[in-house]
Design a protein around this ligand. Structure first.
Ligand SMILES: CC(C)(COP(=O)(O)OP(=O)(O)OC[C@H]1O[C@@H](n2cnc3c(N)ncnc32)[C@H](O)[C@@H]1OP(=O)(O)O)[C@@H](O)C(=O)NCCC(=O)NCCS
Length: 394
């Protein structure tokens, strides 16, 4: 029998160590725990007990998610782990049940996470809502085109000097793209421990001297030469982002620059005289989203100009969501009209931020098409201007 309850503060560290062991990592050292504990919110850290012993844990932090045309309250689910000797007996299922019920009680229409494996969370109604890519460039062969955006100044700071600036730059400059989430103080102090001692920060200021972008990067010498790993690069506009890349690709003695967790539509290769110098070496899962309250979540985003479409949603894990929804540019209502499209709530999550169009998921067999005329309308309703991207680990 698995019992799930919210943990007391005194139990957070053992939950964190259980999570680390599940990820095959050693227990947390004291200083690392000091940087991590702030992310644990009382009431949102769950423990699953089997025979009185902690067998698994999952937590969520209170956050917001940018969706097309707005923002929605969204719990950021993380710290999910089950003891290796207690897996496959329903511990995760019990945790997910308690966590989604809690999110519903809190009035959070959406839950979100980064998944260690793609096969785990769909059964609980999560769908892959955004993806990211990894890019690798041989520095000596990279030349920027004359028409690539240019302007402002880049200055280099060490982490300690930069940390007082970054949260504010992030808050001011990085807000609208669907998939963007908030980064609170606890997130920034937790970030530090994942970076090596040689980590540096480049800050971009625009022509008026206002900071509008940053790159967190780490030069690493190796057998094949020196690589700069770019862990985090955000800017208010294309000029800030291009100028940061120009800086990183201009550092002397560097052989390779690797951009991790970059947006799919970043025009880096289009800024270069030879696009092939920017190799995309990976496209991977970014944010998984769960529509906890389908009506509220659908209402939180805007839609393109098209005829409204009636969509039937199936949701075995949270059946209150099941039924028809009429989705149109003027809003979303529950509907008892004959559905034109039918899908699982996890598939709706794939459409939610605009990563995939309904027509793609019809072709994939993930959306049942009852009225073929509705597909083109649904594409126009769900299409977004920007590709979704989270780019924030948690
Ligand atoms: C992933 C993990 C949390 C699953 O916990 P668990 O208690 O074994 O999961 P449950 O027994 O509740 O399984 C629920 C369902 O998910 C399936 N499932 C669980 N883990 C799975 C996995 N890694 N791959 C595929 N299916 C999985 C189970 O087979 C079960 O399916 P069913 O509903 O059809 O019976 C656990 O294996 C773990 O801690 N792994 C290492 C750490 C990790 O990856 N954490 C997730 C971080 S995002």
């Amino acid at each position: 029998m698995i019992d799930v309850r919210a943990l007391a503060e005194s139990e957070f560290r053992s939950a964190h160590d259980l999570f680390r062991r599940a990820l095959l990592l050693p227990p947390c050292k004291d200083d690392a725990w000091e940087n991590t504990r702030g992310r644990y919110e009382l009431g949102r850290v769950l423990g699953a007990f089997d025979g009185g012993e902690l067998a698994g844990t999952a937590m969520a932090t209170t956050n917001e998610l940018a969706v097309p045309g707005g923002q929605v309250a969204a719990g950021a689910v993380t710290g999910v782990g089950v003891r290796a000797d207690r897996t496959r007996r329903g511990v995760l299922r019990g945790l997910m049940r308690a966590q989604l019920d809690d999110a519903a009680k809190r009035g959070e229409p959406v839950a979100m996470l980064h998944a260690s494996e793609a096969a785990i969370y769909e059964r609980f109604g999560y769908g892959l809502a955004s993806r990211h890519r990894k890019v690798e460039l041989e520095r000596a062969r990279v030349v920027f085109r004359d028409d690539a955006p240019r302007g402002g100044q880049v200055r280099v700071l060490d982490w300690e000097a930069a940390i007082s600036l970054l949260p504010e730059i992030y808050r001011r400059c990085v807000v609208d793209r669907p998939g963007t989430i908030g980064r609170n103080e606890a997130w920034w102090s937790g970030m530090r421990q994942y970076l090596g001692d040689g980590c540096l920060v480049a800050v971009h200021a625009d022509e008026d001297g206002a900071d509008d972008g940053f790159a967190v990067y780490e030069p690493k010498p190796g057998d094949g030469g020196t690589t700069v790993d770019v862990h985090d690069l955000k800017g208010a506009d294309a000029t800030a982002v291009a100028q940061l890349w120009r800086f990183l690709l201009g550092i002397d003695l560097v052989d390779r620059v690797v951009g991790h967790v970059r947006p799919l539509d970043e025009p880096l290769e289009w800024w270069l005289t030879d696009r092939r110098r920017c190799a995309v070496t990976e496209v991977a899962d970014d944010l998984w989203v769960r529509l906890v309250d389908v009506l509220a979540a659908l209402r939180a985003r805007s839609y393109g100009a098209a005829e409204p479409v009636v969509v039937e949603v199936r949701d075995a894990f949270l059946p209150d969501n099941e039924g028809g929804y009429r989705i149109g540019p003027d809003g979303v209502e529950r509907s008892t009209a004959e559905p034109q499209l039918s899908l699982d709530v996890s598939t709706l999550a794939v459409l939610y931020l605009g990563d995939q169009l309904p027509s793609t998921l019809v072709a994939a067999g993930r959306i049942e098409m009852r009225d073929p005329a509705a597909v083109a309308a649904a594409d126009r309703l769900f299409a977004t201007l920007e590709t979704p991207w989270c780019g924030t680990g948690f």
